[in-house]
Design a protein around this ligand. Sequence first.
Ligand code: NAD
Length: 336
Amino acid sequence: MIKVAINGYGTIGRRVADAVRMQKDMTVVGIVKANPDYVAQEASKTFRVYAIMKENIEAFRKENIDVQGELETLLGEADIVVDATPEGQGEKNIELYRKHKVKAILQGGEKSSVTGISFNAYSNFTDSWGKDYVRVVSCNTTGLARTMSVIKEKFGVMKVDATLVRRATDPNDSRKGPINSIEPSLKFPSHHGPDLKTVVQIPEATTVAIKVPTTLMHVHSVNVTTEKTLAQNDVSDLFSGYRRIIGVSGKAGITSTAQVMDMAREMGRKRGDLFEIAVWKESIYASGNNLRYIQAVHQESDVVPENVDAIRSMMQAMDKEKSLSETDRAMQIGGI
Ligand code: NAD
């Protein structure tokens, strides 16, 4: 059993903890919470809870939350830590992980230079094989990397240019906006294009990002220049057979992110998560060397299966196909 510690139990950390718990070959040895809030209360029913530092332990006990100790104690018990602390904190924590000789996965909010290796299960599983420090790319980059790896494999990719319509914040966060405006990223390309190139080898990737007042999902309008010349019938079943990409359709009543998220709830997914990238079937258009499509990304959950596979790659536990199948079977991704 691979012993996994989760440091940072927010949007991403709590989902990775659940996903690890579902696997046969790994276990959660503990989670680290910053505050003794309602999330800590609930977590303590399932996981061993640790505070960041000794000084914080008393605050948890005052709220009747059973605390096992501090982060450094937990690190002594783990083979690998999934760091899902707020962006920038992972970089600070890495020294501590080195000190305790524990492998660590950082998330997409960290700079790629901090680990040197970035991860996406479809595009570069083996690059993380046996490595000590790896970054799972962000929700947006994961979405782009998944579909782009398929296109690259089938048709070759010369260039990608995508417009990313980004959710303002997550559903549990009432501090951030915008609440009544549309906020373009003033940097071109936005960081997502260069970030995509850390996991998929493509000559050119440019992105524009625009933040809108919604919490549900991101939507990407993707424009790819392919190596192969295409006709519409070449792309009729473009993503079928790839479990982490799901085709959705206006004909089935899915015309916006509201229905994509409702579909995930109808699928019975915990927290209404959609681990798969949803591609609108009607939006897939091919002509000459141009391929276009529109996809929706559930920012809170698409990186979760990637964290599980990154653990196996870093621990040299399973090869790519076996790991992806195991993760998908345990999490019921793609109808497995
Ligand atoms: P979050 O704010 O929801 O959760 C972070 C948690 O860490 C919070 O519970 C916070 O209290 C806790 N925390 C704060 N400081 C800490 C510390 N020093 N030690 C331990 N815990 C601490 O953040 P998130 O959205 O889960 O993001 C975590 C990482 O994942 C970031 O790098 C982010 O960029 C990345 N990411 C986020 C999303 C998303 O859409 N939310 C998607 C993909 C990747």
